[in-house]
Design a protein around this ligand. Sequence first.
Ligand code: CP
Ligand code: NVA
Length: 310
Amino acid sequence: MVAVADSLKGRSFTRVADWSRDELMEVLELADELKRLRRAHEEHHLLPGRTLGMIFQKPSTRTRVSFEVGIYELGGTALYLAATDLQLGRGERIKDTATVLSRYLDAIMIRTFAQSDVEELAAHASIPVINGLTDSAHPCQALADVMTIRERFGRIEGLTVAYLGDGNNVCASLMVACAKLGASFVAATPTGYEPAEEAIAVARASGAGIEVTHDPASAAVGADVLYTDVWTSMGQDAEREQRLRDLRGFGIDAGVVARASENVIVLHCLPAHYGEEITEDVLYGHHSAVWDEAENRLHAQKALMALVMR
Ligand code: CP
Ligand code: NVA
């Protein structure tokens, strides 16, 4: 049986910013090992009998399925809790919800709007709280992203990651993860769509090179990783037409890929919108690592759960 240290036991994962380089590396190392064990059909029931509650206030394909399958493969079980079905949706306090759920569950995964709600849940829960996406962060996605980069290049340090498009939740968490792990990061966004100042400050504090530009063509030049995400995130549907106009020219197509490094990999957290932030030929082209990236959500989150839910 794979050995798992106790050092991260009980920790919440609400923001990449709160975790050190070494802590992130611990997750990545275990994720690689769990991926290997799964492929070899070797038993890895690291969390027998544990229960994960999954609160969803927004839709999901990858996050829901990877967490649910992940805890099952570790020997535990998951409860899907639609926020609208909980008393939370009728005004029960986050504090009271956290206190009660802590009596039943071993960890909570939550996907919602406000980051402050996740922080409040974590502050009042006596069990780990994992952020499954908020308007400002998507830390579990960032774990799978850096796992994929490391898998493809054998390292993260010294690489250049170029993010093109909306400087959103995915961009912010990825930027901080890359910075902590020693990659340079350039975000090319239209004016008004830059990543949050707080994320830029945290990323810069790690000492990595962080650049924010409004020129997608120059950002792509020589990049080892090209990354993009949807132009209209969940909860922004009313702004869709405006966003399509503002973000035109910031998508990834074959021309953008040709400007990057010869061995560039293209990543996208998915779901994708063909012809907006990415073209179908790039998504399915030979530079794409998108499908491994989606699979790695499973392995990275299994490692995270195994470490914090012990
Ligand atoms: N990338 C991601 O979080 O996908 P879902 O919205 O399908 O969970
Ligand atoms: N930025 C997107 C990511 C979806 C996984 C959103 O928040 O909708």
